[in-house]
Write a protein that binds this ligand. Structure first.
Ligand code: ADP
Length: 484
């Protein structure tokens, strides 16, 4: 079934427009819903990364460099159309590979097409500036690609994250070496096939699968890579930044989060309630911007808790292909990490509610029940550390000042949600929250392809998504002419 969906030999890697065998052998692909092996991918090596980086550097001197921005945009638009045409295949591939419920994978393949479409349209709208300078001079800026961009992506939203990074990098004329996560490489390989079919010249996009410690490290350290974009854990992000520092190249890091919903006593609860839970439970909590903390003002705390408990009791976990509320986690390793957090919570905290397991959840799958803890002290590890699983903590607060203190009181700063009908408070909170994105009376709406995204503090730096990403994938050259 998987082979029919893929229409490529997934054991190969994509270098210089050709499908070649990875030189380090093979890695098994497991279905997280059952634990069964469903295929294999190539295990790339340093030599494969060298070949990909060489191909990307050569592509910078090829037709790709001579294409107009409009021509680059047209190729991306063709890629968008091809992704759209294969959206259902891509969704099923992702569901089998990472255990994401099929209805959620469908949204990811649509998002991939949307990223391509957005950056296709944006490609020829990025402009430099003329600068008022001294008499007799004309000064202006050009926005130029960095060159070869190394893009290292995680396993939680492979299609969305490769879409936002690769489409913006290509729209601005860079060449790309993409390294997907070892647990989630299949959609990146299909993406390479789609790029080739759409007419992207050889070497402009290369995909090397393999381990983080091998392919990822080799790419991050490579002296002929000119920019790095990384999405993943804080620990690996810090390593990537250290590697970038050694080569003195820019790096964009999108790392974890411990994002809060802040619910004031004047909030429209009917509007808020389903969003409070869904924005943590999507992808079984394996989302950088998961709203894993729910801060609630004391007057409405009991009501919000009661209504969240009701929602939790209806949540069902089961096989990903059946589109339950939650699928399995990506791997037994991730399942263990999350279960350890839950066990810690069971010892120290008040368990408010859990969801239930569907009978189709096979014994070998990496399932975890959605779990809500209440009256959680803001400094407890479950309220401070990123869990990356379906676990939420409820925290009461007195007033605006305390809400801000708690919301800003973690190492992270990615996203925040504010629920209040008081207009002045909406603006005060939006300004004072220490994070990269604030949603007022909504959260993570519609995937936010157009909305610049990224964090502060341990959540990383640099912005992807939206037009803003185009600035990150280019650098400014200033040209000054003396004409008298
Ligand atoms: P997780 O621990 O949840 O798998 P990571 O941040 O380690 O998250 O993984 C995100 C991406 O980074 C994956 O593609 C992974 O292969 C890659 N990666 C892991 N370790 C390294 C490393 N030392 N250097 C470069 N990339 C790495």
């Amino acid at each position: 079934m998987l082979d029919d969906l893929l229409q490529i030999d997934q054991t190969r890697i994509f270098v210089n427009g050709a499908w070649i065998a990875a030189s380090g052998g093979l890695i098994s692909v497991h279905d997280p819903s059952s634990g069964k092996i469903i295929g294999q991918i190539g295990r790339g090596t340093t030599a494969d990364v060298d070949a990909a980086v060489d191909a990307a550097n050569r592509a910078l001197d090829s037709d790709w460099a001579r294409m107009t921005a409009t021509q680059r945009g047209r190729i991306l638009m063709r890629m968008a159309d091809l992704v759209q045409a294969r959206a259902e295949d891509l969704a099923m591939i992702e569901t089998l590979d990472v255990g994401k419920p099929l209805n959620q994978s469908r949204r990811d393949s649509v998002a991939l097409a949307r990223y391509l479409e957005f950056y296709a349209g944006a490609a020829d709208k990025l402009m430099g500036k003329t600068i008022p300078y001294q008499d007799g001079f004309t000064a202006f800026t050009l926005r130029e690609p960095h060159g070869v961009c190394g893009i290292i992506i995680p396993w939680n939203y492979p299609m969305q994250i490769l879409g936002r990074a690769a489409a913006a990098a290509l729209a601005t004329g860079n060449a790309v070496v993409l390294k997907p996560a070892e647990d989630a490489s299949l959609s990146s390989l299909v993406f390479a096939a789609i790029a080739a079919e759409a007419g992207l010249p050889p070497g402009v996009l290369n995909v090397v699968t393999g381990l983080g410690s091998e392919v990822g490290a080799a790419l991050a350290e490579h002296p002929r890579v000119h920019h790095l974009s990384f999405t993943g854990s804080v620990a690996t992000g810090a390593r990537i930044q250290a590697a970038a520092a050694r080569n003195v190249i820019p790096v964009t890091l999108e790392l974890g989060g411990k994002s809060p919903h802040i619910v004031f006593d004047d909030a429209d609860l009917d509007q808020a309630m389903p969003v409070l839970v869904a924005t943590c439970m999507q992808n079984a909590g394996q989302t950088c911007s998961a709203a894993s903390r729910v801060l609630v003002q004391k007057d409405v705390y009991d009501t919000v808790k009661r209504r969240m408990v009701e929602i939790y009791r209806q949540l069902v976990v089961g096989r990903a292909t059946d589109s339950h509320d939650l699928g399995p986690l990506v791997s037994p390793r991730q399942q263990r990490i999350v279960l350890d957090f839950i066990e810690r919570g069971m010892r120290d905290l008040t368990l408010a509610a859990q969801g239930r397991m569907h009978p189709d959840a096979a014994p070998g799958g990496n399932y975890v029940l959605p779990t809500l803890f209440s009256e959680v002290p803001p400094d407890h590890p479950l309220a401070q550390q990123e869990i990356f699983g379906p676990v939420q903590v409820l925290i009461p607060f007195e007033d605006e000042a305390e809400a801000l203190r708690i919301a800003n009181g973690t190492d992270y700063g990615l996203v925040a949600g504010v629920w209040t009908t008081d207009g002045a408070r909406q603006l005060r909170m939006a300004r004072k929250l220490r994070c990269g994105q604030v949603f007022v009376n909504n959260y993570g709406a519609g995937g936010g392809i157009e909305l610049p995204f990224g964090g502060v503090a341990r959540s990383g730096h640099g912005r992807e998504k939206g037009f803003e990403a185009l600035y990150g994938f280019t650098q400014v050259k200033t040209v000054t002419l003396f004409h008298g």
